[in-house]
Design a protein around this ligand. Structure first.
Ligand SMILES: [Zn+2]
Length: 361
């Protein structure tokens, strides 16, 4: 583990692969119920519902080849090794320490891996998938137990970590003090001002309004008072948005926008979050930016920046303006047109806000 922590690449990966920091009751037996490494290079896992997984990758050293492993709560009864084939050298199930289960996949030396693109995706409350290698290798499936009981169920959730109510719960947004906080969410543009127009005519005003409404509902469930500056397609001047937030005496102000690049360049994609002043604004921007990046793999991180936008400059509370992607960009537009991704983005913005509120309060 020490070696792992010294390895920058691995630290980066553990950040991205880390999942669901939910608190859990003490479990006596392993949370890992079944797993399958399929011929297409996808590892599927079935766990107990609402389990917390942590996944890691370590580059080869003198002793081992490249290794990917997942830690599960609950202790494994019988540690075992399974001989690999194709790109896989060996699969091991063990207990790294008391009360834990570890599934290790060790790759053969010559295997070409691209762990920076790996993402563990929760398909529903108890199934997970991650693609580890491309199917150019001849590989015979290795599995223990049955991962998918009902295939139809998986299909419904395939596009999203959070398509159902119950799976919102399983991702666990942080808790904050009930009825303590007031937040103003500002969906950019509106009415005669559609904002950015992207690929296929996708309009900023529609995307950000939908996302804002979902953010509101997620935060409301956590006992946060939320007001939207606009609830429908109306044109609302910037000073009115600001005076609304100031009058509300909101704790924070979050303006949600989507970008367009000059000349509608499809190769320009990415996410960015602006604040105008203060460490609080900067912290809020950072929390939101971190979260939106996690649900937008492959889209560039354009960073947390200072910006002089009217609405964040003139509001009196910590205020940020988040750009959730380029409607003119190939990667971002394709995503933002999907309701499932809009939900994910809304979820990640809500998560960033709640993280901020629980820290700074
Ligand atoms: Zn905008």
């Amino acid at each position: 583990m020490t070696k792992f922590l010294n390895n920058k690449l691995c630290r980066f990966l553990s950040f991205f692969l880390f999942l669901n920091p939910a608190t859990l009751p003490v479990k006596s037996s392993s949370d890992l119920a079944a797993w399958a490494l399929k011929t297409n290079g996808v590892l599927e896992l079935r766990t107990k519902p609402n389990s917390t997984l942590k996944a890691y990758f370590q580059k080869a050293n003198q002793i081992y080849g490249d290794r990917f492993w997942v830690d599960f709560p609950g202790e494994l009864k019988n540690p075992r090794k399974i001989k690999g084939n194709g790109p896989i050298k060996e699969i091991r199930l063990g207990k790294p320490n008391k009360g834990k289960t570890r599934l290790v996949i060790e790759f053969k030396e010559e295997t070409n891996l691209n762990p920076l693109t790996w993402r563990m995706i929760g398909l529903d409350q108890n199934t997970w998938r991650i693609k580890l290698f491309v199917p150019k290798y001849s590989f015979k499936r290795i599995a223990e137990g049955v991962v998918k009981k009902k295939i139809e169920n998986i299909r419904v959730n395939q596009n999203s970590i959070i398509t159902t109510k119950s799976s919102h719960d399983f991702l666990q947004l942080p808790n904050v003090k009930q009825n303590k906080f007031s937040v103003v969410i500002d969906p950019g543009h509106g009415g005669p001002d559609p904002g950015a127009i992207g690929i296929g005519g996708i309009r900023e005003t529609d995307v950000v309004l939908e996302v804002s409404k979902i953010v509101k509902s997620l935060l409301s469930k956590k006992g946060v008072k939320v007001n939207l500056t606009r609830k429908n397609e109306v044109d609302l001047d910037l000073p009115l948005r600001v005076s609304f937030a100031n009058k509300m005496n909101a704790d924070i102000f979050v303006s949600i926008h989507a970008n367009a690049s000059r000349g509608k360049r499809r190769d320009i994609n990415g996410l960015e979050t602006f604040y105008y002043r203060g460490w609080r604004g900067r912290l809020l921007a950072k929390r939101i930016q971190n979260q939106i990046l996690r649900v937008s793999p492959g889209s560039p991180d354009r960073g947390v920046k200072q910006g002089r936008f009217y609405v964040i400059k003139n509001t009196r509370m910590p205020a940020v303006l988040v750009e959730i992607g380029f409607l003119t960009g190939r990667i971002d537009a394709r995503r933002l047109e999907k309701p499932s991704h809009r939900k994910r983005i809304a979820y990640s913005i809500a998560k960033g806000i709640l993280e901020y509120l629980s820290k700074v309060g």
